[in-house]
Design a protein around this ligand. Structure first.
Ligand code: ZN
Length: 171
């Protein structure tokens, strides 16, 4: 693998390394914004003071996601980088296990992705849909989920929901 710290920015390989580093940093920004949003809304105090139910705690997680997405948008960076870094941050959670469940405290991963998709108002031809399909395919291969992408579809958005509906039925 190429060294992401020492490389020739003018080479083809360097171009990709710069983009990858940029996306990595923005994805971390999104995750940090999620955590600082918990602090901003005093979620930890609310959870311990009110002994919140599992469902209520999941709502707080979505609230932190929503705030983090708003903060990312307010930075006014390249729209595509912003969208991609948020989706990469959320879709990466898939690789921790072979199902969509967020457990007792976190919403299911498909709900968190859908929340982001709705806020970002992704265009039908956004390249983010193809990334989402790639994530599901890679995840499916990693855990032998046998997600089937055969058949016809008019765009990657349609394929994403087709793949996701299979995953929801099996995982
Ligand atoms: Zn959280």
């Amino acid at each position: 693998m190429p060294n992401p710290e020492f490389f020739d920015d003018k080479s083809d390989e360097g171009w990709y390394i710069s983009r990858t580093n940029d996306l990595y940093v923005e994805t971390l920004n999104f995750i940090l914004y999620h955590e600082t949003s918990h602090a901003e809304f005093e979620h930890i105090r609310k959870i311990s003071a009110s002994n919140l139910s599992s469902e209520k705690q999941k709502e707080l997680e979505l609230e932190a996601d929503t705030r983090a997405i708003e903060l990312m948008i307010s930075k006014n960076r390249n729209q595509n980088v912003t969208e991609l870094s948020i989706i990469v941050g959320l879709a990466s959670i898939l690789f921790f296990k072979n199902n969509l469940s967020g457990g007792q405290k976190h919403p299911d991963i498909d709900s968190r992705l859908e929340n982001a998709i709705q806020i970002l108002k992704l265009r039908d031809d956004s390249s983010v849909w193809s990334m989402l399909c790639l994530f599901i395919k890679e995840w499916s291969m990693r855990f032998s989920l046998n997600v089937n992408d055969k058949g016809s579809y008019k765009n990657y958005k349609e394929l994403y929901y087709k793949l996701m509906s299979q995953v929801k039925n099996c995982c």
